[in-house]
Design a protein around this ligand. Structure first.
Ligand code: 6CS
Ligand code: FE
Length: 300
């Protein structure tokens, strides 16, 4: 009996050597008119990220900041799987799937000012693959080591192609000194396989620790990419945002300052790229990390 082997366009979590491959998929999937102009689309295509100034009004910032506080202090939520604590304190590191626990955030995530950009760039209908608030509290918010989100979403969530991107919206000022997002511009054009198989229920470790043992590119490739592409810090006032491609190498330092760097991250995925079985993990991750209740193209 012949068994059909599913094609894996981006093999990763390999044993032995990591051999980078070109990203064969586009970054900007279509050029239909939309919120982004040609210059912005060109910039996003080449750099893999684009800053969106003043995405939120000052009033909205205040509303969302209060919501952030409420979620962070909710004892029921805190005991749920949606909440990840800091590795070396009981402060909240992340809250996932915020649209399910906050009507205010649900409204923002589904608002056309974001989904219209997603439809334009991904050239299809879109849905939310994942959302989270990363609190990065003052006096010790831990780092997020360099990684490609797509590498995780491909291996652990079964996302076939990098036809997705994140929007990170600053809910507090992102200073140079409180752990802002750092990117290596242009690195989204190369896929770096990581070395090592995915352990069972790996997300229970990988989301909490600063430097996950599996799913991080090795230092040789990170050094080469940093030499070739440089490192940019994305700072900006509360209300500003940055959208970045699912395969762009990014990370953030810890936060020793007294000032939290709290951002909300929303991941838009194309309905043409819905999740399959994981490409390199024992079983799919839970719903709050990887949305499998997506709209089926036929179900419109
Ligand atoms: O595993 C994930 O899905 C998450 N991990 C990181 C470090 N960034 C993307 C995503 O939130
Ligand atoms: Fe990430």
């Amino acid at each position: 009996m012949s068994t059909t082997v599913r094609p894996d366009l981006y093999p990763t979590r390999v044993i032995g050597e990591s051999v980078p491959q070109p990203r064969t998929d586009p970054t900007v999937w279509g050029r239909a008119p939309g919120p982004l102009g040609t210059g912005q689309l060109d910039q996003y295509e080449s750099g893999g990220y684009l800053v969106l100034d003043n995405l939120l009004s000052q009033h909205e910032v205040e509303q969302y900041r209060a919501e952030l506080q409420r979620l962070g202090e909710d004892p029921v939520l805190r005991a749920s799987e949606r909440v990840i604590l800091e590795p070396d304190s009981d402060q909240v590191r992340s809250v996932f799937e915020v649209e399910k626990v906050s009507e205010l955030f649900a409204e923002l995530l589904q608002s056309s000012r974001l989904t219209d950009i997603a439809r334009q760039v991904l050239d299809s209908e879109v849905y939310i693959h994942q959302s989270r608030v990363n609190y990065k509290p003052g006096f010790g918010g831990a780092p997020f080591h360099w990684h490609s989100d797509f590498e995780t979403w491909h291996s652990e969530d079964g996302m076939s192609r990098p036809r997705a991107f994140s929007v990170s919206i600053a809910l507090t000022e992102n200073h140079p000194f409180n752990g802002p997002l750092m990117v290596m511009p242009g690195t989204h054009k190369q896929f770096i396989p990581t070395i090592g198989a995915t352990p069972l229920d790996y997300h229970k470790e990988s989301l909490r620790v600063a430097s996950p043992t599996v799913g991080s590119p090795d230092r040789q490739h990170l050094t080469r990419m940093a030499d070739e592409h440089g490192i940019e810090q994305i700072t900006g006032p509360a209300g500003s945002a940055v959208m970045f491609d699912s395969n762009l190498l990014h990370g953030s330092n810890g936060n020793l300052s007294p000032f939290a760097r709290s951002n909300i991250f929303i991941v838009y995925n194309s309905v043409e790229n819905t999740l399959e079985a994981p490409f390199s993990a024992p079983k799919p991750r839970p719903q709050h990390l990887s949305n499998r209740e997506f709209p089926h193209p036929s179900a419109n």
